[in-house]
Design a protein around this ligand. Structure first.
Ligand SMILES: NC(=O)c1ccc[n+]([C@@H]2O[C@H](COP(=O)([O-])OP(=O)(O)OC[C@H]3O[C@@H](n4cnc5c(N)ncnc54)[C@H](O)[C@@H]3O)[C@@H](O)[C@H]2O)c1
Length: 256
């Protein structure tokens, strides 16, 4: 890839997860400096930071729970003082529980909405506020899910959080358009990694079943998603805002 994002700064929450790592590497290949956060200790990030720096960019990691607004703000302040003002903002952190409407506990429900929706809001609200104050353009990508676009069983809190992300994306896109901040969503289908990878590790039959449903007969890789996130931020993409790129191989086209 050519250096389409040279010297820009990308921030990615959930940056030590599979899609977060793939996105970070793709941004580094495109010339962006990269700041990551996740729940893990800093030592867990070192291998990835080394790989990013080997691409000739700066990279940093800050342990941050996106569910705590003050911590998210502190992380973004640190990024700005160490690397500069981020203009590529990827709200990626999420958690999911496989449990039906009557099985999901109130704690699980609260945590999923808190992390997946509120965490994404805390990050993007603060980061775009700083861009507006500095009168700089920028890009926001929410990592949603096809579960926010098509009804699923056994994923009520996750699906609701991802459906809410769609409206947050559209609200933010409309309000920030005059500031040249473009806001879009990537909604992956079945990814052979990350959250679904963990669920499938305990249930290979479910993986086979899920893969067989995909109309294009392929599962996504984390790298496929990372590449699309970086492409969505391409400087030539100057008009698309408030949209969802549904990367699901046709899954959400299926009607019973
Ligand atoms: N894997 C899939 O099939 C799939 C499909 C559609 C959408 N997605 C979305 O992709 C994104 C990345 O997920 P992934 O599949 O790479 O899973 P993953 O579990 O590998 O990555 C998610 C990361 O988020 C981090 N995280 C969770 N709670 C956090 C918190 N409170 N604060 C900070 N970090 C937190 C986790 O520690 C993890 O590293 C998520 O938004 C997910 O909903 C994944």
């Amino acid at each position: 890839m050519n250096l389409i994002h040279q010297n820009k700064i990308a921030v990615i929450s959930g940056g030590l997860g599979d899609i977060g790592r793939a996105t970070a590497l793709e941004f580094a290949r495109s010339g962006a400096h990269v700041a990551l956060s996740d729940l893990y200790e800093s030592s867990e990030a070192q291998g990835l930071l080394d790989k990013l720096e080997a691409q000739g960019v700066k990279a940093m990691y800050t342990k941050t729970d996106v569910a705590v607004a003050a911590d998210v703000h502190q992380w973004l302040d640190e990024v700005e003082s160490q690397l500069g003002l981020p203009s590529l903002i990827v709200a990626n952190a999420a958690t999911a529980t496989l449990a039906g409407i009557h099985e999901v506990s109130t704690d699980q429900w609260d945590r999923e909405i808190q992390v997946n929706l509120h965490g994404a809001f805390y990050m993007t609200q603060y980061a775009t506020q700083r861009l507006v104050e500095a009168e700089k353009p920028g890009r926001v990508v929410f990592v949603g899910s096809w579960a926010g676009h098509a009804v699923h069983v056994q994923l009520p809190a996750y699906s609701v959080s991802k459906a809410a992300i769609r409206m947050l994306c559209q609200s933010m896109a409309l309000e920030l358009a005059p500031h040249q901040i473009l806001v879009n969503e990537i909604a992956p289908g079945y990814v052979d990694a990350g959250l679904s990878g963990k669920i499938w590790a305990d249930n290979p039959a479910l993986k086979k079943d899920s893969a067989a449903k995909v109309p294009i007969q392929k599962l996504l890789s984390a790298a496929d998603v990372g590449l699309q996130i970086v492409q969505l931020c391409h400087p030539d993409n100057v008009h698309m805002t408030g949209h969802a790129v549904v990367l699901d191989g046709g899954l959400s086209l299926i009607r019973p």
